[in-house]
Design a protein around this ligand. Structure first.
Ligand SMILES: [Zn+2]
Length: 265
């Protein structure tokens, strides 16, 4: 049997923290006792990280008052697990508005968009989609040459993106403002979000940068030279926690980037 290789698997060595299994969905009863990898990682004062299950991207929640930002949504196989954890922990209580931001166009980051929006709408929460303009264009066309839903045996329906962002634009969530940094390389639409709330500085890196490695550049619209330039740009930011699209968070921001930049592209 041919082994399934996820398009967003990290380049080089695989992260030891990468979950072992693929596309199966977990039942709510199996998560009641919170397996260790499903325990939310809280990054005070605003951010909660959920490690992606199977091929899913990590899913982040940033809360500011009655508004939340959700960053990436996984393949859509396990969205009910993430919402269950958010509800159980009370992260969404009193929330009226949500923005779902996608760090890039790949299916393992956007596949849960529609299901999450519908679920939030049923809770009476208004939902807007946001992305860098290149990613927005791809999602609106439903361009599966780039999105790669087919490699997961799934289909991505074209989706309207309400907020299309350019490099340097700021995304507002309650009183918070997150800066969008366009970081092409893994894909043309890849972007990071920078949040400095005066207490903690975090960077959501999607598949541009992981803990100890970088995203692959051999997929459609990928470009190794651009990835290098993007990483050099990210090096200029002061970051307490790098929050990647897969795997563990990054604590030593500059050293982590310097180390991956030493690799030949
Ligand atoms: Zn990706």
């Amino acid at each position: 049997m041919k082994r399934f290789i996820p398009p967003d698997g990290v380049m080089g060595r695989r992260s030891p923290l990468e979950p072992p299994s693929g596309g199966e969905s977990l039942s709510i009863s199996s998560i009641e006792n919170f397996p260790r990898e499903l325990v939310p990682v809280e990054i005070p004062p605003h951010t909660v990280m959920l490690r992606g299950i199977g091929w899913d991207s990590n899913v982040y929640l940033v809360r500011a008052g009655k508004e939340v930002l959700i960053i990436d949504t996984g393949t859509g196989v396990n969205w009910h697990v993430y919402t269950h954890i958010w509800e159980k922990r009370g992260y969404l209580s009193g929330v009226e508005k949500a923005i779902i931001f996608n760090t890039h166009e790949h299916f393992d980051h956007v596949g849960g968009n529609t299901a999450l929006k519908e679920w939030l709408n049923r809770k009476g929460i208004e939902v807007l989609f946001a992305a860098h303009e290149r990613t927005a264009e791809t999602l609106e066309m439903g361009d599966d040459y780039i999105i790669l839903a087919y490699s997961y045996g799934r289909k991505f329906e074209p989706q309207e993106v309400d907020i299309s962002l350019e490099d340097g634009d700021r995304l507002k969530i309650g009183t918070l403002k997150l800066e969008l940094i366009h970081t092409p390389g893994h894909t043309a639409g890849s972007a990071c979000l920078y949040l400095d709330d005066g207490e903690t500085r975090v960077m959501f890196t999607g598949d541009t940068l992981f803990n100890g490695t970088v995203g692959r550049t051999d997929l459609p619209t990928g470009n190794g030279w651009k990835l290098k330039e993007s990483l050099e740009r990210l090096l200029e930011f002061d970051v307490d926690f790098g929050l990647p699209g897969h795997g563990k968070y990054i604590e030593d921001w500059k050293r982590n980037i310097e180390r991956v930049l030493r690799w030949p592209q």
